[in-house]
Ligand binder design. Structure first.
Ligand code: FAD
Ligand code: SF4
Ligand code: SF4
Length: 482
C-alpha cells in the first residue's frame, strides 16, 4: 500500500481546473472542470491513511474517506464509489458544495503538516460523476411492499435522502412540495455555478423511477393540514427547511429595488432552467446594468453577489458587519467572488436606504468595529462614530438569514411543539416530534444549516421511521397473539 499512498510529500495538492473569471462570469455553469482520471488517482494517493482519520470524524456523515481514497489511488473506482455512496445519499452534491475547509478537509492532518489537505471533496465528486457515466449508479429497487405508507413534506436534501431509504425498505412514499420542481434549495436556492441543475434532477428522476411519488405544487397548510397527512399515511416526515427571511430594519428607500435574497435567487434559477419569469424580464429581479448592494455574509449573500455579476451588474458590493474571519459563508466562495469582481466592505452595515417611494437609489452605510464578546462569545459589531459612507444602488438584496415559518399556525397543528426559535422539536434519539408518527429532519430542526447535515438527518429519520413502522405493523399481530 505504501508505494501507492502517502505521496503528500512528493505530489502537490491540486484542485480541478477553475475556469478564468472572465469566462465564467458570462454563464451559470459550474466553475470547476472535472478531475481527469489520472489527476483523481494521483490526488487520492496523497492521503497518509491515518489510523485515527480526523477527516472522517469531521464529516457529518462519517464517510469512510481513507478507504475510498485508497481504492481510488489503486484504480478500484467502482468499489470506491460503492463505499462512498453507502454513507451518503448524494456524494456528488456534497463533493461540490460542502464547505470542506470547515469539515473534512479542514481537519486533514497533512494540512497541519504544511503540505496542503487531500482534495477529498473533489475526489468524492469525481467518483460519483464517474459512477453515473459508467452506469454504476443502480436504479432504486424497492423491497416487497409492506402495505404501509409514508408522507414526506419537503423535497429538499433531507426529504429526498429519507425518501430513498424508505422506498428501498418497501414503503409507499409520497413527497409533497409546494414548488413545481423537487430538490428544495438544491434547485431554487443554490445557483448553477456551484451546482448544475441536472446533477440534482438525475437524483430525483432516479427516485421517481423507483416508485417515489412526487406531489408538486402541493403546500401543506393550504392544500392539506398536518392532520390530513397523518390520516393518509402511517408516518409523516416534516422536512420543510426554513424560509422566513430576516428583514432589513433600516429606514428609507421605496419597496422597489429592495428584494429578499431568495426571491432574487429563485427568479435567476428559474430563468436558468428555461422558465418564463416575468419579474426577471421586467427588471424587478434582474441586476443587469445596476449598481447592486447585497447585505449579509453567509452562503446566500455569496450566491447573490455572484449571480448579480453574471447578470451584468454595473457594480456589486457586499456589506457585512463583521470581518472576513468572522463571516459565516465559505471562504472559498469569497475568494471566487473576489476573483469575479465583487467588492467586499467588511465591517460595514447599512443605516438607511436612499430614494423615494418608487425606487431605491443608494445605501447609507457605516463602518463597524468588533467590540466585546456577546453572550454567545462572539464579538459584537459596533458602529464607529463618523464612519459613514454611501454606496449607489438601484438594487439592494437582503441576505440576512432565514428563520422557520410558524408551522403550528400555518398547518393548523397547535399541538406540534417547537423551540423558542420556531424550529420543530424532534427527539435526538429517534427524530420523532411530540406527535406520534410525525418525524422531522433538516433545517426545520437545526435552523439554517448545510446540505450534508440535511442528508444526515434525512437518513437518520428514515431509519427511525422504519423502526417505528415495523413496530406499528407488528403491534396488532402481537396483541392478537396474546
Ligand atoms: P430545503 O432544501 O429548504 O427543502 C425544503 C423543501 O420543503 C423546499 O423544497 C420547500 O419548497 C418545501 N416546503 C416548505 N414548506 C412547505 C409546505 N408547507 N408544503 C410543502 N412543501 C414545503 N449548504 C451547503 O452545504 N453548501 C452550500 O453551498 C449552500 N449554499 C446555500 C445557498 C443558499 C442561497 C441557501 C439559501 C442555502 C444554502 N445552503 C448551502 C444551505 C442548504 O441549502 C440547506 O441547509 C439545505 O438545503 C436544507 O435542506 P432541507 O431539506 O432541510 O430543506
Ligand atoms: Fe467532506 Fe462533505 Fe464529503 Fe463529508 S460529505 S467527505 S464533509 S465533502
Ligand atoms: Fe487521509 Fe487526511 Fe483523512 Fe488522514 S486526515 S486519512 S491524510 S484524508
Amino acid at each position: 500500500m505504501a508505494e501507492r499512498m502517502l505521496k503528500f510529500t512528493t505530489v502537490a495538492r491540486r484542485t480541478p481546473e477553475k475556469r478564468a473569471a472572465e469566462e465564467r462570469n458570462g454563464d451559470f455553469h459550474e466553475i470547476y472542470a472535472d478531475f481527469i482520471d489520472a489527476k483523481a488517482t494521483e490526488q487520492a494517493s496523497r492521503c497518509s491513511q491515518c489510523g485515527v482519520p480526523y477527516c472522517q470524524t469531521h464529516c457529518p456523515l462519517h464517510n469512510n474517506i481513507p478507504d475510498w481514497l485508497r481504492m481510488t489511488a489503486e484504480g478500484r473506482l467502482e468499489e470506491a464509489y460503492a463505499l462512498s455512496q453507502a454513507t451518503n445519499s448524494m456524494p456528488e452534491v456534497c463533493g461540490r458544495i460542502c464547505p470542506q475547509d470547515r469539515l473534512c478537509e479542514g481537519n486533514c492532518v497533512i494540512e497541519q503538516s504544511g503540505h496542503g489537505t487531500v482534495t477529498i471533496g473533489s475526489v468524492e465528486r469525481y467518483l460519483t460523476d464517474k459512477a453515473w457515466e459508467m452506469g454504476w449508479v443502480k436504479p432504486l429497487v424497492a423491497a416487497a411492499d409492506r402495505g404501509q405508507s409514508v408522507g414526506i413534506v419537503g423535497a429538499g436534501p433531507a426529504g429526498l435522502a429519507a425518501a430513498e431509504k424508505l422506498r428501498e425498505q418497501g414503503y409507499a412514499v409520497t413527497v409533497y412540495d409546494r414548488h413545481d420542481r423537487a430538490g428544495g434549495l438544491l434547485i431554487y436556492g443554490i445557483p448553477g455555478f456551484k451546482l448544475e441543475k441536472d446533477v440534482v434532477e438525475r437524483r430525483t428522476q432516479r427516485l421517481a423511477d423507483g416508485g417515489v411519488e412526487f406531489k408538486l405544487g402541493f403546500e401543506v397548510g393550504k392544500d392539506a393540514t398536518l392532520e390530513d397527512l397523518r390520516a393518509r399515511h402511517d408516518a409523516v416526515l416534516i422536512a420543510v427547511g426554513v424560509y422566513a427571511a430576516r428583514d432589513l430594519a433600516v429606514p428609507g428607500g421605496g419597496d422597489k429595488g429592495v428584494v429578499p435574497a431568495l426571491d432574487y435567487l429563485i427568479a435567476s434559477n428559474k430563468k436558468t432552467l428555461g422558465d418564463d419569469v416575468p419579474a426577471y424580464d421586467s427588471g424587478e429581479l434582474n441586476a443587469e446594468g445596476k449598481d447592486v448592494v447585497v447585505v449579509g455574509g453567509g452562503d446566500t449573500a455569496m450566491d447573490c453577489v455572484r449571480t448579480a455579476i453574471r447578470q451584468g451588474a454595473t457594480s456589486v458590493t457586499c456589506l457585512y458587519r463583521r470581518d472576513k474571519a468572522n463571516m459565516p459563508g465559505s471562504l472559498r466562495e469569497v475568494a471566487n467572488a473576489e476573483e469575479e469582481g465583487v467588492t467586499f466592505e467588511w465591517l460595514a452595515a447599512p443605516r438607511a436606504l436612499s430614494g423615494d417611494a418608487d425606487a431605491v437609489t443608494g445605501v447609507k452605510a457605516i463602518r463597524m468595529r468588533l467590540g466585546a464578546p456577546d453572550a454567545s462569545g462572539r464579538r459584537s459589531p459596533e458602529e464607529i462614530p463618523g464612519g459613514d459612507f454611501d454606496r449607489p444602488a438601484q438594487l439592494v438584496v437582503k441576505a440576512l438569514g432565514f428563520e422557520p415559518e410558524n408551522l403550528p399556525q400555518a398547518w393548523s397543528a397547535p399541538d406540534l411543539k417547537t423551540t423558542r426559535w420556531g424550529t420543530v422539536k424532534a427527539d435526538v434519539r429517534n427524530q420523532m416530534t411530540n406527535l406520534d408518527g410525525v418525524f422531522a429532519a433538516g433545517d426545520i430542526v437545526r435552523g439554517a444549516s448545510l446540505v450534508v447535515w440535511a442528508i444526515k438527518d434525512g437518513r437518520d429519520a428514515a431509519d427511525a421511521m422504519h423502526r417505528y413502522l415495523k413496530a406499528k405493523a407488528g403491534a396488532p399481530a402481537l396483541i392478537a397473539a396474546e
